[in-house]
Design a protein around this ligand. Structure first.
Ligand code: URP
Ligand code: ZN
Ligand code: ZN
Length: 460
């Protein structure tokens, strides 16, 4: 087994901050201590660096087929990009067909995901839940797929009625699994879309106007009410609106286990991107949409104090050419933006550097909280003896400027182009293997493993 000794780093977990050495044997952390003796195949000097658990992005869409297009990162390029930015685990999605069983879609997803260079898990998107499929939820949980996403939007493809969502919440909770909801009001959105198109309003700036704050806040309120009634925890994905976030805050204050994630695009981008009505706005079309600038600070604050728990990306890149599918009709623009490579950059710069977060908080929102919520802790999400050796050396004195020209994400633009981050990963280790060293990729296609996740969302 290959051994690695990481010397003199400043180890940061969600709760600790101390200087020590780490001895890695094979996939795992074998020992941690001051001045660890012993020979290793490789010794890494980590003096002056933060040594943090590899990031966990619990929301990605690699090579997602949306009908007219496939998201431009496959599992290989997308996980290389993730690792470059300090993320060593992703949780992606598989979508049940409206008419089929859940397992039918899983095999194809697993074949695609085998290319990953970092470890990966999957959430099941429920598109249809007759009673005879309830036992399939139980089976999936047994196979380590312990979270289920549902939609209150996209009536033609994915939207479920409240009764079905309640049914799934109840069943998931019985088994210790977690329900995740894409919370936007599908009927309200479709009303606005039809109205705009009928009026000849077809440019990308009508995308955010068709998906107002109220649509997200109402659906968030509703699914939290369902969860409360079911006595189940609920996790709201990609919270973009401060009003939706307020619903999560209010629920938590009355003791409901409501959790929320937000994404870099909602923290660091603003709706000016759509404002001029030109087709350039298409590159920023994602759902929910990017909101006005005044919306950013409340979300940052919420993430800082645990009203929101995780920073995910909803990474779903489409090239400028693919976005062209929606020229002349904004509803045909493939939805999604890239983010997996820059999630930790944005959290570090916006959270630690600009808003005074502790490094512990940085670790909590980029890694530990997701590990706990999604049944990966303490295998992932911390630096501890027996944990996977997913370790990032984050150098606070290594500035990095985000540029599409030098990114690993396979897309021709970057929404954060030109943003400079004061520090960045100098080494990224995934299950004991160095896969990035100073921006040089050293990994191997297929070295990531499928993660069978546990149940029982631990309170974070
Ligand atoms: O625009 C987005 N978010 N695309 C990905 C699909 C989803 O709803 O998460
Ligand atoms: Zn979604
Ligand atoms: Zn998504």
């Amino acid at each position: 087994m290959t051994t690695t000794l990481i010397k003199n780093g400043r180890i940061i977990t969600a709760t600790e901050d101390y200087v020590a050495d780490i001895f890695v044997e094979g996939d795992q952390i074998k020992s941690i201590g001051a001045d660890l003796p012993g020979q290793a195949d490789r010794t890494i000097d980590a003096r002056g660096k933060y040594v943090i658990p590899g990031g966990i992005d619990p929301h990605t869409h690699m090579e997602l087929n949306v009908g007219a297009a496939i998201s431009s990162d496959d599992f290989e390029s997308g996980t290389i990009a993730a690792a470059h930015g300090g993320t060593t685990t992703i949780i992606d999605f598989v979508t049940q067909s409206r008419t089929g069983a859940m397992h039918a879609a899983l095999d194809a997803w697993r074949a695609q995901a085998e290319k990953s260079v970092i470890d990966y898990g999957v959430h099941m998107i429920i598109a249809n839940l007759p009673d005879d499929l309830l036992s399939e939820m139980d089976a999936l949980i047994g196979e380590g797929i312990t979270s289920f996403k549902m939609f209150t939007a996209y009536p033609d493809r994915l939207q479920l009625d409240d009764g079905t969502i309640f049914k799934a919440m109840t069943r998931a909770h019985t088994n210790g699994a977690l329900v995740m909801v894409h919370a936007e009001n599908g009927a309200l959105i479709d009303y606005h879309i039809a109205k705009f198109l009928a009026e000849g309003k077809t440019t990308p700036n009508y995308h955010p106007l068709s998906r107002p704050h109220a649509s997200e806040a109402e659906a968030t309120h509703r699914v939290i009410a369902l969860a409360e009634l079911a006595g189940a925890p609920v996790y709201i994905v990609h919270v973009s609106s401060r009003y939706a976030m307020d619903e999560i805050r209010a629920a938590r204050e009355r003791g409901v286990r409501a959790f929320g994630e937000t994404c870099p695009q909602y923290l660091a981008l603003a709706s000016e991107q759509y404002a001029d009505g030109s087709f350039d706005g298409a590159r920023f079309v994602c759902s929910p949409p990017i909101r006005e600038r005044a919306n950013q600070e409340p979300l940052w604050r919420a993430l800082g104090v645990d009203v929101l728990q995780t920073l995910a990306t909803d990474h779903c890149p489409f090239t400028t050419k693919q976005k062209e599918l929606g020229r002349g009709n904004f509803t045909k623009i493939p939805n999604g933006v890239p983010g997996v490579e820059n999630r930790m950059h944005i959290a570090y710069q916006g959270g630690v550097v600009q808003r005074g977060w502790s490094m512990n908080r940085f670790v909590q929102v980029t890694s530990t909280a997701a590990a706990k919520l999604f049944g990966l802790f303490p295998r992932k999400g911390t630096i501890a003896v027996g944990s996977d050796a997913d370790i990032v050396l984050w150098d606070p004195a290594r500035p990095y400027t985000i540029r599409a020209a030098t990114q690993f994400t396979r897309v021709d633009y970057n929404p954060y182009e030109g943003t400079t981050i004061d520090g960045s990963p100098s080494r990224v280790i995934a299950r004991g293997r160095v896969i990035f060293e100073d921006d040089k990729y050293l990994g191997k296609r297929g070295q990531g493993e499928f993660l069978r996740r546990g149940t029982g969302a631990v309170a974070v």
